[in-house]
Design a protein. Structure first.
Length: 122
């Protein structure tokens, strides 16, 4: 499987990622790291306690990582969570709604991670 085929399978934006990272070698390196760096797992864990600082920090980190990799939907979802918990912002969502959004992230990330593992297997 090529990197472009992976991006098509995981509904990623190959063109966005190549604009940010400039060469496929870096895209390959960083997409492989996504399943190992724990940024998404940290957000999922933070949602258990709904600590505002942890929720903001982990969602903000996930937004950046996924955005740079051209994983637009995951980045947008993380951005919604980050804005919900951004210091100074009034909360608009209930904890239940946040947990539902986090479950959507978990599901989409699971599909993305499965695609990356298939890509790594060759």
């Amino acid at each position: 499987m090529t990197l472009q085929e992976l991006y098509a399978q995981i509904d990623g934006n190959y063109e966005q990622a190549i604009r940010v990272l400039r060469v496929e070698k870096l895209m390959d390196k960083h997409i492989r790291k996504l399943t190992k760096n724990g940024v998404v797992e940290k957000l999922l864990e933070a949602a258990g306690g709904m600590d505002p600082v942890q929720m903001f920090e982990t969602a903000h980190a996930m937004k950046g990582v996924c955005g740079n990799l051209g994983l637009s939907r995951l980045s947008e979802m993380a951005s919604d969570i980050a804005e919900e918990f951004r210091p100074g912002n009034a909360r608009k969502m209930t904890d239940e709604a946040v947990r539902a959004e986090v479950e959507e992230i978990r599901s989409l990330y699971g599909k993305t991670a499965d695609g990356i593992r298939r890509y790594e297997e060759g």
